[in-house]
Write a protein that binds this ligand. Structure first.
Ligand code: SF4
Length: 319
C-alpha cells in the first residue's frame, strides 16, 4: 500500500489561490504552496466573508469580546456580522461534507479563516492572540479528523512534511473505510501503517494494535470509529528526527542476516548521520530500499507505507 494516484481534494481560503477576495480587493496568493501541492490536489476555494455577503471591497473585520465566543464586527463601524457568518457557515459545512475533503489550508491571522493565535480584542480594545477565526473554528468542530493547517506554518519544513503525511494518511483511511471494511482489511491497513505510526507516536501504535486485536470480538462500527479517531490522533503527533531514526534502525534490523559487516556499518552510520541532522531522511531510506530489493527480506517490509508515503516529486524528505 503506497500513496494514491487520485488527486487529493483540499479546501483552501480563496485568497491563497490568488482570488481577489480580500477586504481591500487584493489577494494573498501563496506561490510556493501552490507549486508544491498543485499537481496532486484539486482545490476547493472558500471565502467565508464574501460568502456571508460582506462584498468586495469591504470594511475590515475583527473579533471582539470573549476569546471562547467572540463576535465578528466591522473594525470601524462595529457592524456585527456574527449571525450572518454563522448562518452561512452552517450551510457551507453541509456542502463541504458532501465533497469528502482530504484536508484544509487556512489563511493565517484572519478573524474568519485564521486557525491559531488570531487576535481577539477585549472591551478595552486590547488584542489577545488566543482566538480562532469563526469559520475555522466551526470547520474544525464539524470535521474533527480532517487535517488542517495555516499557510504560514507550511513554510516550516517539519510542519509541512507532517501536514502532508497527515493528508495522505487521512485519504488512505477514508478509502479504507469506504471500501466495506472487514476485520481482515483492518489488520491489513493497520499492518501497512505500523512504521508510519511508529514515526509519529509509538504510544498510539500500541493502543491501536490492542484495538485491532479485538476486531471480530467487539461491536464493529464502534471499533472502526475508535480506530479512525486514534489513527488520526497518532498522525497529529509530530514525527521527529529521533522517532524516524528509531524506525530506520528497526528497519535495518531486518537486514542483519543479509548484509556484510561493512554494508551494515555504512547503513548504521547513515542513520546516525540522519539522527544528527547531517543528511536528509531520504538518504538512509534510499539505501534501505536498495537493500530490501536485493535480499529476500520479510514480505511485511514491502507493505510498509512508510517507505513511500507520498509522490517522491514532493521531495519532502530531502530537506
Ligand atoms: S482570509 Fe478568508 S475571509 Fe479573508 S479573504 Fe481570505 S478567504 Fe476570504
Amino acid at each position: 500500500m503506497t500513496w494514491t494516484t487520485q488527486r487529493l481534494r483540499i479546501g483552501i481560503s480563496s485568497c491563497l489561490l490568488g482570488e481577489p477576495v480580500r477586504f481591500n480587493g487584493g489577494h494573498a496568493r501563496d506561490r510556493s504552496l501552490l507549486e508544491l501541492l498543485g499537481p496532486y490536489v484539486e482545490w476547493v476555494p472558500v471565502c467565508p466573508e464574501v460568502g456571508a455577503g460582506m462584498g468586495i471591497p469591504r470594511e475590515a473585520v475583527r473579533l471582539v469580546g470573549d476569546v471562547h465566543a467572540p463576535r465578528l464586527v466591522g473594525a470601524t463601524t462595529g457592524q456585527d456580522w456574527t449571525e450572518a457568518m454563522r448562518i452561512w457557515t452552517e450551510a457551507q459545512l453541509e456542502h463541504l461534507a458532501l465533497l469528502d475533503l482530504d484536508g484544509y489550508i487556512f489563511k493565517s491571522r484572519s478573524p474568519t479563516c485564521g486557525l491559531f493565535r488570531v487576535k481577539v480584542y477585549d472591551h478595552n480594545g486590547i488584542p489577545h492572540k488566543e482566538g480562532r477565526g469563526l469559520f475555522a473554528e466551526a470547520l474544525v468542530r464539524r470535521f474533527p479528523l480532517l487535517p488542517v493547517e495555516e499557510e504560514g506554518r507550511l513554510q516550516d519544513s517539519l510542519l509541512r512534511e507532517n501536514f502532508i503525511d497527515r493528508l495522505f494518511a487521512y485519504h488512505r483511511l477514508r478509502q479504507f473505510l469506504q471500501e466495506n471494511p472487514s476485520p481482515q482489511t483492518l489488520v491489513r491497513f493497520h499492518t501497512a501503517h505500523k512504521l508510519t505510526l511508529m514515526s509519529h507516536s509509538p504510544k498510539h501504535l500500541k493502543s491501536l494494535g490492542q484495538l485491532v486485536a479485538k476486531a471480530g470480538n467487539a461491536p464493529w462500527e464502534e471499533l472502526l470509529e475508535s480506530y479512525a479517531q486514534q489513527f488520526m490522533s497518532a498522525m497529529n503527533v509530530m514525527a521527529t528526527r529521533k522517532k524516524h531514526a528509531n524506525v530506520l534502525f528497526h528497519l535495518a534490523g531486518y537486514l542483519r542476516d543479509y548484509l556484510l559487516p561493512e554494508d551494515r556499518a555504512e547503513l548504521h552510520t547513515l542513520i546516525e548521520d540522519y539522527r544528527q541532522g547531517l543528511v536528509p531522511l531520504i538518504t538512509p531510506i534510499v539505501l534501505l530500499r536498495h537493500h530490501f530489493r536485493r535480499f529476500p527480506v520479510h514480505p511485511w517490509i514491502r507493505t510498509q507505507v512508510y517507505l513511500e508515503p507520498y509522490p517522491k516529486e514532493l521531495r519532502l524528505r530531502n530537506t
